[in-house]
Design a protein. Structure first.
Length: 806
DNA sequence: AGCACGCCGACT
DNA sequence: GTCGGCGTGCTC
C-alpha cells in the first residue's frame, strides 16, 4: 500500500483533461492534501509543471508512478467545494478542468515555466560554440529564441553523455509583501540611560533613542521609523546589533487605495415593501434553506439597502456574504456604500486591482479575515467558507457571462455555490432577464417586487418622439424640438440633463461623399471606426489602426468625412444651440485614462456641468439629485441587431437610463427619440411596464422557440479560407444530425454577421434543444475532435447559452 | 502544450 | 549511405 494523489496537470488539452495518479513521497505524506498546488514531472522528458491535487488515497497500483516533486504552498488554494465546482463547470461548459481552476484563483497563481541548461562537466565541453555559450557560468536560460538552433544536436549529445542537464522550473509568482518591523526591546528608562551614556558626537544615535522613548513598546515599520526619527537604515541596524531593538519581517497586505475616507453608515428604515422582501429573505437565511429570490424593483426602490441589511443578518450568524455587481457599477461610490456598513470585513475584487492587490484581497478572504466580498464576475469564485447569502445585483447584465474560455455564467455559478452551502441567492434587477423571470413564474424562484421608489418620489414621465415626423418636417436628425426645449428649460432652472447616444452596433465610420467609399479594416469585414482623440481610424475587432486620411484613397476627393452621429458631434451641435451650457462628454475616448470616469462623474455631481452626454456607460448607477431630464437620442439602434435578445436589451437600456431622471424631490422627465415608436420594447419602456414587456416577449420567444423555452448552444467555427470553413461547418452539421434528439433544432451553418475577423472567416451553428443527452455527448466528443481539426487550421468554439448571437 | 519517436527526402 | 524535416502519438 502506498499513498497516491490524483492530480490535474496544467496541460490544457482534451487528452490530458483528467486527473493523473502520482506517488506521494514519504516527505510529503500528511502534508499533501486536496486543493494544493504541486510541482510534478510530466511527459517522457519529465518536464516540471504545476498541478492541482484533487484527491489523496491509498493504492496498490503496480504501474510505475512518478512521485510528486514538491508542494507550492503549505495551504491548499482550492477547497473541496471549489474542486467539485470546477469539475462541474468544466463538464457543463466544455472547458478543461485546469482552466477552470485557474480562473478561480488570482492571476499570480498561474505558473510561469522556464527551462535552463545546467553544465555538469565543464571539462567535457569540447565544441567552442557551446563553450562560448557557457562562458563563465554553468546555468543558461534556454529559450528557443536566444539559443542558436544549429547547436541543438550538439547540446542533445552532451545531454545524453551527462555533460549537460535540462532543468525545468515552475516559477511561483504569488509573492507575499514583507515589511520590516522594528520592535523596541527596552524600557523608556533604559533608553534614557543609554542616551545619557552616549558620546556627544553621536547625534544620530541620540535622536534614535529619543524617538524610541516616545514610541513606547509599539512596533513600527522601518520606513516609517526612519522618516519620523530622522535616522538612516544603518542607524537602525546598529541599534539592533546593540540589542536595543528587534527587527523582523512581517507579512503585509497591499490594500487597494480609496480616494476618499470611508464614512460609517447605519441601516435605514425600510418601507413596507422593502420590509416584506427583507423578511422573506431573512426567513430563508435563518432556516438555512437553499433558495433563490428574484428581487424585481424599479430604479431607486432601495434594493441595495435590503442587500446590506440581509448581509448584516448573515454576518451576525457568523456566516459570510458574497455580492456580485457588474464591473461597470463597481464604482468607488458602491464600494464606499458597502465598506461604510461593514468596514474592514469587506474584500473588494475587480479588474482595477493590481495582481498583488488582488492576491492579497484573496488571501484576506481565504484566511477568514474578510467575511464580505463585493466584486465583479470572477469574484463569484472568492474562497469564502460558510456562505450564507449570495447577491447578484443587476442579474440581467450580460457581462456576468465570460465570453472567452473558460466560459461560465457568474449567475449560474452563484446558484451552484449557494446549493453547496445551503445558502440563499438574491437576484436583483429592475428589468430581470427573461430566463430568471420565467423561473419565478414557475415558482422555481420566489418573486419579490418593489413597485415604489424608496423615497416616495414619483417615477419620471416619459415622452416618445417619432423621429420620422421630425425629419419629415425638415427637422434635425439628432435633436427634436421637444428635446431641445426641455434642455433649455433645465439650463434656465439650473437643473441637469443626461443625454444618451445608443451606440451599440452603431459606430462612427468614415465615408467619401463623392464616391461613397468607406475605409474597411484590412483584416476584418468591418468599417473602421473614427476616433477623434487620437485622430485615427480603428478596428474594434482586431485593433488595427491608421491615420484619418485627408482625401479619399479611392477618388482623391477631399469630401471624405465621418458618417453617423458620434458623441463628439452631439456635443458640438449642442454647444452651438446652447453656447453657454457646460457639457461633459463620456465615451470611450474621454474615459480611456484610468480614473477618468470617476473624475468626470464627480464633476457632474458637483454641478460643474449642465449636460452629460454619453454612451451606454452612463446608463448605470449614476445617482444625481439635480438630473431632471434624460434624453435618449436614438433608442432603436439596438433594436435592429440580428439577435433574439435585441428587444430585451433595448427595453432594459431605456428603462435603466430613464431611471436616472428625478431621484430627489424633483420630478423627472424622459424623452425617447426613435424611428420605431410603435415597437413594444419602446412603448412599454416608456411606461416602465416590465411585467407587460415580459408577457409580450415571452410569447415571441415561445413562437420562435428561443430561451427561456429552449436551451441553446452555439458553435463558432473559423478558418483562414472561406471555402474551408464552409465545408467543415456543413460536415459538422451532417455529423451532428445523426446524434441529436427529434425535437432538437439546428440552425445554419451560416456566416457570422461580420464574416471575417482578424483574417479568419467565421461560420456559426445554433442548436436549440429541450433535453438532449445525445447532443451533450456529441458536443463533448466534438471538443476532442477540435484538436484534430486545428491541425487543418480550423478553430472551433462551443458556447452554451451564448449571450450574443452576433 | 511540449517532447520523442519514426518515416521519407536532400545531402556528404 | 546519413542528417534532419515535420507528421503522429503520448504524457501517471
Amino acid at each position: 500500500m502506498m499513498q497516491v494523489a490524483e492530480i490535474v496537470v496544467d496541460v490544457p488539452t482534451m487528452q490530458t483533461n483528467r486527473p493523473w495518479t502520482y506517488l506521494i513521497p514519504k516527505s510529503l505524506i500528511n502534508i499533501l492534501v486536496p486543493g494544493m498546488r504541486v510541482v510534478v514531472p510530466f511527459g517522457n522528458s519529465n518536464r516540471q509543471i504545476q498541478g492541482f491535487v484533487v484527491t489523496v488515497h491509498e493504492s496498490t497500483e503496480t504501474a510505475q508512478l512518478k512521485p510528486v516533486i514538491s508542494v507550492i504552498e503549505l495551504n491548499p488554494v482550492l477547497t473541496p467545494e471549489l474542486i467539485q465546482l470546477g469539475n462541474e463547470l468544466a463538464n457543463r461548459n466544455f472547458v478543461f478542468m485546469v482552466s477552470m481552476y485557474q480562473a478561480m484563483l488570482p492571476n499570480v497563481m498561474r505558473a510561469k515555466y522556464s527551462k535552463q541548461l545546467r553544465l555538469n562537466q565543464p571539462d567535457a565541453l569540447k565544441q567552442p560554440e557551446v563553450q562560448a555559450m557557457f562562458a563563465d557560468r554553468d546555468l543558461v536560460d534556454f529559450n528557443a529564441g536566444d539559443v542558436d538552433m544549429a547547436l541543438l544536436p550538439a547540446l542533445k549529445a552532451y545531454q545524453q553523455q551527462g555533460v549537460l542537464d535540462v532543468v525545468y522550473q515552475v516559477d511561483n509568482r504569488a509573492k507575499v509583501k514583507l515589511v520590516r518591523m522594528i520592535t523596541p526591546l527596552l524600557s523608556t528608562n533604559e533608553y534614557d540611560q543609554l542616551r545619557h551614556a552616549l558620546r556627544a558626537t553621536a547625534k544620530k544615535q541620540a535622536r534614535l533613542l529619543t524617538y524610541l522613548m516616545k514610541l513606547g513598546s509599539n512596533p513600527q515599520s522601518t520606513t516609517q521609523f526612519e522618516k519620523q526619527a530622522g535616522v538612516t537604515a544603518n542607524d537602525i541596524k546598529v541599534a539592533a546589533q546593540k540589542g536595543w531593538v528587534e527587527i523582523e519581517e512581517v507579512e503585509a497586505y497591499r490594500i487597494p487605495k480609496l480616494v476618499e475616507p470611508i464614512k460609517q453608515t447605519t441601516p435605514l428604515t425600510l418601507n413596507s415593501e422593502q420590509q416584506d422582501a427583507y423578511d422573506q429573505i431573512v426567513a430563508a437565511v435563518n432556516g438555512q434553506t437553499n433558495h433563490v429570490f428574484l428581487l424585481e424593483g424599479v430604479t431607486g426602490s432601495g434594493k441595495t439597502e435590503i442587500y446590506l441589511q440581509v448581509i448584516a443578518q448573515v454576518l451576525s450568524q457568523n456566516r459570510t456574504a458574497l455580492m456580485l455587481v457588474p464591473e461597470i457599477t463597481l464604482t468607488p461610490q458602491m464600494v464606499h456604500r458597502v465598506k461604510g456598513r461593514f468596514g474592514s470585513m469587506v474584500a473588494v475584487m475587480h479588474s482595477g486591482l493590481s495582481d498583488g492587490e488582488r492576491y492579497d484581497e484573496w488571501r484576506r478572504v481565504k484566511r477568514h479575515e474578510a467575511q464580505v466580498v463585493i466584486g465583479a464576475r470572477s469574484a463569484v469564485f472568492a474562497p469564502l467558507d460558510n456562505i450564507g447569502i449570495i447577491i447578484v445585483d443587476e442579474e440581467h447584465e450580460s457581462s456576468y457571462k465570460q465570453e472567452e474560455n473558460p466560459r461560465y455564467h457568474a449567475r449560474d455559478v452563484a446558484i451552484l455555490r449557494a446549493k453547496y452551502h445551503n445558502a440563499v441567492v438574491v437576484l436583483g434587477s429592475a428589468t430581470p432577464s427573461l430566463e430568471s423571470r420565467a423561473r419565478a413564474q414557475r415558482n422555481r424562484y420566489t418573486l419579490l417586487r418593489l413597485t415604489h421608489r424608496a423615497l416616495a418620489n414619483p417615477l419620471p414621465t416619459s415622452e416618445v418622439v417619432d423621429m420620422r415626423d421630425v425629419i419629415k418636417q425638415g427637422g434635425d436628425d439628432i435633436f427634436s424640438d421637444q428635446l431641445l426645449k426641455k434642455i433649455g428649460d433645465r439650463i434656465d432652472r439650473n437643473e441637469q440633463s443626461v443625454l444618451m447616444l445608443n451606440r451599440r452596433g452603431y459606430a462612427n465610420f468614415l465615408m467619401c461623399r463623392q464616391c461613397g467609399f468607406v475605409p474597411m479594416c484590412p483584416n476584418c469585414d468591418l468599417a473602421m471606426t473614427v476616433h477623434q482623440d487620437t485622430k485615427r481610424l480603428e478596428c474594434h475587432i482586431c485593433g488595427a489602426n491608421q491615420p484619418i486620411p485627408n482625401e479619399c484613397p479611392m477618388c482623391g476627393s477631399d469630401r471624405i468625412r465621418p458618417y453617423g452621429t458620434g458623441t463628439q458631434k452631439v456635443e458640438e451641435q449642442l454647444q452651438i444651440r446652447f453656447p453657454n451650457a457646460r457639457i461633459i462628454r463620456m465615451d470611450v475616448d474621454t474615459t480611456r485614462k484610468k480614473g477618468a470616469t470617476d473624475r468626470l462623474l464627480t464633476q457632474f455631481g458637483q454641478k460643474k456641468a449642465d449636460i452629460l452626454v454619453g454612451t451606454q456607460m452612463i446608463a448605470k448607477g449614476l445617482d444625481f439629485p439635480d438630473v431632471t431630464l434624460v434624453g435618449i437620442l436614438n433608442a432603436d439602434t439596438t433594436l435592429n441587431l440580428p439577435d433574439f435578445r435585441a428587444s430585451e436589451r433595448t427595453f432594459q437600456l431605456i428603462t435603466q437610463v430613464s431611471g436616472r431622471a428625478g431621484r430627489a424631490d424633483k420630478k423627472g422627465e424622459v424623452v425617447i427619440q426613435t424611428y420605431n415608436p410603435q415597437h413594444y420594447a419602446i412603448a412599454l419602456a416608456k411606461q416602465q411596464d416590465y411585467e407587460r414587456f415580459f408577457s409580450k416577449e415571452m410569447q415571441i420567444r415561445h413562437t420562435w422557440r428561443y430561451a427561456p423555452y429552449y436551451y441553446s448552444v452555439q458553435i463558432k467555427i473559423s478558418h483562414q479560407f472561406e471555402n474551408q470553413v464552409a465545408k467543415a461547418a456543413y460536415q459538422l452539421v451532417e455529423w451532428l444530425r445523426n446524434k441529436i434528439a427529434d425535437d432538437t433544432i439546428i440552425f445554419g451553418p451560416a456566416p457570422t454577421t461580420v464574416r471575417r475577423m482578424k483574417n479568419r472567416y467565421y461560420y456559426q451553428i445554433l442548436i436549440k434543444f429541450k433535453h438532449d443527452t445525445g447532443l451533450e455527448k456529441a458536443l463533448t466528443e466534438l471538443m476532442a475532435d477540435a484538436q484534430n481539426l486545428s491541425k487543418d487550421g480550423i478553430q472551433l468554439a462551443i458556447d452554451r447559452e451564448p449571450v450574443s448571437l452576433i
